[in-house]
Design a protein around this ligand. Structure first.
Ligand SMILES: NC(=O)c1ccc[n+]([C@@H]2O[C@H](COP(=O)([O-])OP(=O)(O)OC[C@H]3O[C@@H](n4cnc5c(N)ncnc54)[C@H](OP(=O)(O)O)[C@@H]3O)[C@@H](O)[C@H]2O)c1
Length: 357
């Protein structure tokens, strides 16, 4: 019989509720407790999600009889809340961003290591089946060597200075909230960059409301990433290689559809054809005749047929990260290979560099 993993949820806000829903789809778990700064909120949450125990403090939750705590508070609290749970000998799944800077992340990771406790950033995107499929396709060379990656996460977000999006004391800013998905995707698919540059638009509350980032890798690959609280973008990610490209359709961080192009149209700037294939003949004809070029450009869009794969995530998509935590705890693994702690730390260091903290 697999070990039953006993969960608690710390915080009672939006994502705590979504996670509680997602957890219901994971086998071999019990969601036993929820903790809030206020007992009535914990009680209400417990009633809503059929959770047996409600605690009026995070300390009481952390010290109760559980295997793992899901930390769902605003980013600025993550360090303290993670340390609290780890000191109470609980494994931790902590919402993104893991902390608000690399120094805090290091503190949490060091405590998890020293106590030999499981710990993971809840970067749920990485565990969605289509993201896993794209990772396998890229690692398997299906689109050749990667040249470019673009990703953007932009959704208009009401300006309320006191909200966790805009309040710097809660860890506000679009990079920590949204840009981190694009950044985490680039790290997952391409690894850590050699260098990076960024530009941000800072709003009235002194947090970044829009950001653009360019990451450069050792072989010249570039990741071009952006995020905004001000506009609504296609919210897609496209990975472009020497032999093809893959589009993670909106929303790329919770994809239900990918399309893959592995037949490129004619190569521009090619030398005189050395063989007599159709493609070479067409290339030569295009060079010589303006009307062939014009005809080709009319039909070019249809020469790039994309293969579409549809696979909507199960439920709200939060069950996959939880299932990975359960698997790791059952196997006695202290980290997930899909979202390892050293990568969380590198991502936080990249964020520090861009936020210049
Ligand atoms: N994975 C995702 O898709 C996703 C989506 C949204 C958010 N998130 C992340 O999840 C975390 C929480 O976001 P959320 O949207 O759930 O926020 P939220 O709705 O504001 O909830 C945050 C909860 O944290 C607790 N809290 C503790 N100190 C607080 C403070 N000073 N101000 C406000 N709340 C405080 C509150 O619970 P009590 O009052 O009960 O203590 C509150 O309900 C953030 O790190 C965010 O980036 C992830």
């Amino acid at each position: 019989m697999p070990k039953i993993i006993r969960w608690g949820i710390l915080g009672t806000g939006y994502i705590a509720g979504e996670f509680a829903q997602g957890l219901k789809r994971v086998p071999n778990i019990q969601l036993l407790a929820v903790g809030s700064r206020q007992f009535s909120r914990a009680q209400e949450f417990a009633n809503r999600h059929q959770i047996p125990q409600a605690f009026g403090s995070y300390e009481d939750l952390a010290n109760s009889d559980l295997d793992v705590v899901y930390v769902a508070t605003p980013a600025a609290r993550h360090r303290d809340d993670c340390l609290l749970c780890l000191h109470a000998n609980k494994a931790v799944l902590c919402e993104k961003p893991f902390t608000i800077n690399a120094a805090q992340a290091k503190e949490v990771i060091e405590l998890a290591h020293s106590k030999q406790l499981f710990c993971m950033e809840a970067m749920w995107m990485r565990f969605i089946p289509l993201i896993q499929q794209v990772k396998r396709m890229i690692d398997g060379g299906e689109i050749g060597d990667i040249c470019l990656l673009s990703a953007d996460f932009s959704v208009p977000t009401e300006f309320r200075p006191e909200s966790r999006y805009y309040d710097p004391s809660l860890g506000g800013g679009v990079l920590l909230d949204r840009g981190i998905y694009a950044l985490s995707l680039a790290f997952y698919l391409l690894g850590a960059p050699e260098s990076m540059v960024s530009q941000a638009a800072i709003g009235k509350t002194q947090v970044d409301e829009q950001i653009g980032m360019v990451l450069k890798y050792t072989q010249g690959q570039l990741a071009i990433l952006s995020a905004s609280f001000r506009t609504y973008s296609p919210n897609e990610a496209i990975i472009m290689g020497t032999k093809g490209r893959i589009c993670l359709h909106e929303p790329f961080y919770r994809p239900h559809k990918i399309s893959t192009v592995t037949k490129f149209p004619l190569v521009r700037g090619s030398a005189a054809p050395t063989s007599v294939g159709l493609k070479q003949k067409l290339t030569a004809a295009m060079k010589q005749n303006a009307w062939v070029r014009s005809l080709y450009y009319q039909f070019e869009p249809f020469l790039k047929p994309a293969k579409t794969t549809l696979q909507p995530p199960d439920g709200n998509g939060y069950s996959y990260e939880a299932a990975e935590v359960v698997r790791c705890l059952q196997m006695g693994e202290l980290e997930s290979k899909i979202m390892p702690l050293d990568e969380t730390l590198k991502i936080m260091a990249a964020i520090d560099q861009m936020r210049q903290v």
